[in-house]
Each structure stands twice: as structure tokens, then as C-alpha cells.
Ligand binder design. Structure first.
Ligand code: NAP
Length: 350
């Protein structure tokens, strides 16, 4: 059993903790909260011991929550730490706590790439994480782009250039203080947005430019992608490549799936916890191929897309399972849509 500590139990941390608990080769040692609020109660109800920062112990006790220990106790009791604390706090935790111990740490995409030795995406570079001490699972949008590109590449369709236009959700559903309220905000106003360079931390050779705006939406991001392929390919070949790649779902308008809200409704109807949709949802009808030009649109569920990546990162750093065995195990345990998917080195088309 791999013993995992989760530092930060917010949008990402609580989902990662549940996903880790669903693995038969992993066990949650505990989760770290800084506030004894309903999230701490939720963790205790789930059976996860709650740890906190040393300076917060008294506050927890006053609130009637006896912490299982401090962050250093959590690190000592764990084989691997998943740090899902807010942007830039992971780096502070590294300097303050993680460096003292020899344990591997998985950071999230809110950290700068140099917090870790390697940036990670299971489909693209699982093996590179093996034996590393610090690994960073790239952000939601970056994971989405890497999955789209890797679905093609794993199936023998090279991409010479990628241009991705990103419509970012303005905030997560719980973030009542964030906007925009009635606006479309270049986010950032400069080109490229940080996502393109971030993709290159995993797929180093790709020629990519990204442009992003934020809109008053909380459910998902939408990407509009233009890929210049290495040579002309048929639309059928592209659809087949996407259809057999794990963690990529083709949504068809003819089946009532032509908007992001409908994707989330599908997730809820599937009975998925929190209405999560960790796959990228490619709108099949948007897949348009003209010679070596490919256009497509896909949705990225920011709250859950990185969850399976974190589970695989835990196995990858420890060398606990080979790439495809881990990806398949994670997908099946989380109930991802596996129909027609190939879990193995995907053979290039003849
Ligand atoms: N949300 C997304 O859409 C998304 C998608 C992909 C990646 N990410 C990345 O994932 C990371 C976490 O984001 P999130 O959205 O899950 O944040 P979040 O919802 O704000 O949760 C952050 C958690 O970290 C805890 N925390 C606060 N200060 C801490 C500290 N000093 N040490 C340890 N833990 C601390 C908070 O605990 P208390 O509540 O007790 O204070 C909270 O449980 C970020 O790097 C983010 O960029 C986010």
C-alpha cells in the first residue's frame, strides 16, 4: 500500500483524496487543512485524519476538532505527498517543510514549472517522473491541450503547429468573490498566454501559441484548436485516434451533446461524484480536416481533469506500475468512459 498525504483539501485536494482512496494500492494517511471549517468536517466524515499547520493547532482545538498532527507529522507518515495548496503556497511548503524530508512531492499547475524536476501528464511523459523527488501535474488547460495533442501523436498523427484559443471559466463554482460578472476579459491581455509555454514543459518540441479570454462562466473551459498536421490525414483517421485514446471523450450533437452545460449534465446523469468530467470532451461535429489542417473544439472540466493525473503521478514517481497499467487502473477505478479505449502503446495507423 502506498501511503499518501494530501496537503490542501480544496477543489483539487478533496477530489484527489477521494480518487486515492478509491485505489486498491493506495491509502490516505490524512489531509491538511488550515481552517477548521466544513471541509475539515467533510474530511473526518470521509474517514480521513485531518492535519494542520503548527500555528493552527489551537484554532482547531477551540473549534472542537482535534488535529491528527502537524504537516511534518503528515509528511513523516506518508510515502508520497500530493500538495494541492493554493498557487505559490506549494513552493513555500517545499522550502519550509518538504526539503527537510526525502519524500517525493506532487505539486499542482498553479506552481511555476521550476518548483519541480519534471512537469507531468500521464499519457505524454509518465516514465519521466520515475525516481524524481518533485513532480508537477500541469494545470487544467495545459492538461487539456496535452491530451488533445497526445491523442493524435500516440496514433501516428504528428502535429507541426498548434494554435489554441482558450475561453476560460471566470471562476470555480464555489468562488463567490471572483469575476468577471458581465465581461469578456483578455486573460492575459498579452499573447501568448502562459498555457503554450506550459505545454512545452511536457511536450518540448511542439510549436504552440495560445490566446485566452475569461468569461462569466463557472462550469468548464472551452478550447478552440487549430493543429497543422505533419501530413494530410483523413477526418476518419483523426476521429479514430481520438476515440481510442483514454481520457478523451467524443461528444456528438446527434446524441444531445453540443454544449458544456450538456457535458456536465451527462456527468451528473452518469452519477459521478460532484458532477465531475475528468475526460476532455471533444465536440465530434467540430472536428474538421482539410489536408493537413485540423480544427476542433473541446471542453475541459477544470475541477476534475487533473485528478487521474495525480493518481498516476503517485505511481509514476515510485515506479509502482508501468504507464498503461497505471492509467487503466486509475480510469477503471474512477469510472472514466473506457469503451473503445486502447490501454497500451497505440499502434500508428498504416
Ligand atoms: N481549481 C481549479 O480549477 C484548478 C485546476 C487545476 C489545477 N489547480 C491548481 O491546484 C492547486 C490548488 O487549487 P484549488 O483550486 O484546489 O485551491 P483551493 O480550492 O483554494 O484549495 C486550497 C487548499 O489549500 C489549503 N491551504 C491554504 N493555505 C495552505 C498552506 N499554507 N499550506 C497548506 N495548505 C493550505 C486550503 O485549506 P483551508 O481551506 O483550510 O484554508 C485549501 O484546502 C493550485 O495550484 C491550482 O492552481 C486548480
Amino acid at each position: 500500500m502506498i501511503r499518501v498525504g494530501v496537503v490542501g483539501y480544496g477543489t483539487i485536494g478533496k477530489r484527489v483524496a477521494d480518487a486515492i482512496a478509491a485505489q486498491d494500492d493506495m491509502k490516505i494517511v490524512g489531509v491538511l487543512k488550515t481552517k477548521p471549517d466544513y471541509g475539515a468536517m467533510l474530511a473526518l466524515r470521509r474517514g480521513f485524519p485531518v492535519y494542520t499547520l503548527p500555528e493552527r493547532v489551537d484554532e482547531f482545538r477551540k473549534a472542537g476538532v482535534e488535529p491528527a498532527g502537524t504537516i511534518e507529522d503528515l509528511i513523516k507518515a506518508s510515502d508520497v505527498i500530493v500538495d494541492a495548496s493554493p498557487e505559490d503556497v506549494g513552493r513555500e511548503n517545499k522550502e519550509k517543510y518538504y526539503q527537510k524530508y526525502g519524500k517525493p512531492v506532487i505539486f499542482q499547475g498553479g506552481e511555476e514549472a521550476d518548483v519541480a524536476e519534471v512537469s507531468f501528464n500521464a499519457l505524454a511523459n509518465y516514465e519521466e517522473a520515475r525516481g524524481r523527488r518533485y513532480v508537477r501535474v500541469v494545470s487544467c488547460n495545459t492538461t487539456g491541450i496535452i491530451r488533445a495533442l497526445t491523442a493524435l501523436r500516440l496514433n501516428g498523427i504528428g502535429v507541426r503547429k498548434a494554435r489554441v484559443f482558450i475561453v476560460r471559466r471566470g471562476a470555480d463554482p464555489k468562488e463567490f468573490k471572483r469575476g468577471p460578472i458581465n465581461d469578456v476579459v483578455p486573460n492575459p491581455v498579452t499573447v501568448p498566454s502562459h498555457h503554450g509555454p506550459d505545454v512545452k514543459t511536457v511536450l518540448r518540441d511542439v510549436d504552440i501559441v495560445t490566446v485566452a479570454v475569461a468569461v462569466p462562466v463557472t462550469i468548464m473551459h472551452m478550447h478552440m484548436a487549430y493543429f497543422e498536421l505533419d501530413s494530410p490525414h483523413s477526418r476518419d483517421a483523426v476521429i479514430e485516434a481520438i476515440a481510442r485514446t483514454p481520457r478523451v471523450y467524443i461528444a456528438e450533437a446527434g446524441r444531445g451533446l453540443q454544449s458544456l452545460a450538456q457535458i456536465i449534465e451527462l456527468a451528473r446523469d452518469l452519477g459521478r461524484a460532484r458532477g465531475d468530467f475528468p475526460e476532455i470532451a471533444v465536440f465530434g461535429d467540430s472536428i474538421t480536416v482539410s489536408g493537413s489542417e485540423l480544427y476542433m473544439m473541446y471542453g475541459v472540466h477544470q475541477e476534475s481533469i487533473v485528478v487521474p493525473e495525480n493518481v498516476d503521478a503517485v505511481r509514476a514517481v515510485l515506479g509502482a506500475l508501468p504507464k498503461w497499467a497505471s492509467i487503466e487502473k486509475t480510469d477503471r477505478s474512477l469510472g472514466l468512459l473506457a469503451e473503445g479505449k486502447r490501454y497500451g502503446q497505440l499502434a500508428p495507423r498504416p
